[in-house]
Design a protein around this ligand. Structure first.
Ligand code: NI
Ligand code: MN
Length: 227
């Protein structure tokens, strides 16, 4: 049994077998967040798709508070380590087994600046994450354009977390094509309606996906459980 909780924007927690990880923990300053950091339950790890402020978010304070490991690309992990957080460096194409499950970093086409890195020393490639937890695979696309690389995941993903907000990432049309490429059982839209510039209608996304996948639209604070 895997429980996915949406915390607004691109932030999710994944729980299985008594372990909990958080992805892209942008809570402070996130107008869509359902909880403040001090009410976030303890996590075992903080997984990051990239270093923009709306994804790196509260990663460092959460990791320090919980003794959790930040899992990210080499450069972003090095930045987090420079700020005093425990970190595990990986890179795109690589996978690693952790106590909570397995993480593989996959390509994403987006920007690589790290929020708070004033010297530009830790610029990195953004990524998507394929997290295997509780025997199920969850693909968090990160911030990305539609990419042909997504086809490499075809049939290997149970639940896909896909941006639909346009402007900075895929919009609805490309997100539907991403679902065609990946063929997940279930897809949950993200990265929309947090700010005016990424307004999108998840109902329209659901209609356009049609019978290609089960679309689960989560409001911040809502949970999807599957096995
Ligand atoms: Ni971004
Ligand atoms: Mn973003």
């Amino acid at each position: 049994m895997v429980t996915i909780t949406f915390h607004g924007h691109a932030c999710f927690t994944l729980e299985a077998d008594g372990r909990r990880v958080i992805i892209d923990p942008f809570l402070t300053g996130n107008p869509a967040a359902d909880i403040p950091v001090d009410r976030l339950p303890k996590v075992d790890a903080v997984l990051l798709s990239h270093g923009h402020g709306d994804h790196l978010g509260d990663a460092i304070p959460i990791a320090k508070r919980d003794g959790a490991t930040v899992v990210a690309t080499f450069e972003l992990a090095a930045f987090c380590a420079s700020q005093g957080a425990a970190s595990h460096a990986m890179h795109i194409g690589g996978g690693h087994r952790f106590p909570f499950g397995h993480v593989k970093l996959v390509p994403a086409f987006h920007g690589g600046r790290v929020e708070g890195d004033t010297a530009g020393q830790f610029t990195t490639s953004p990524c998507g994450l394929v997290v295997t937890i509780g025997g199920k695979s969850v693909y968090h696309c990160g911030d990305t354009a539609l990419t042909l690389e997504m086809q490499l995941l075809s049939g290997r993903v149970d639940t896909m977390l896909v941006p639909i907000g346009d402007n900075y990432t895929m919009g609805i049309e490309d997100a539907v094509r991403a679902v065609e490429f990946v063929r997940p059982r279930t897809v949950i839209p993200m990265h929309y309606n947090t700010f005016d510039v990424i307004r999108a209608d998840p109902g329209q996304f659901k209609r356009q996906v049609g019978d290609r996948a089960q679309v689960v639209v989560l409001a911040p604070g809502q949970t999807h459980t599957f096995s």
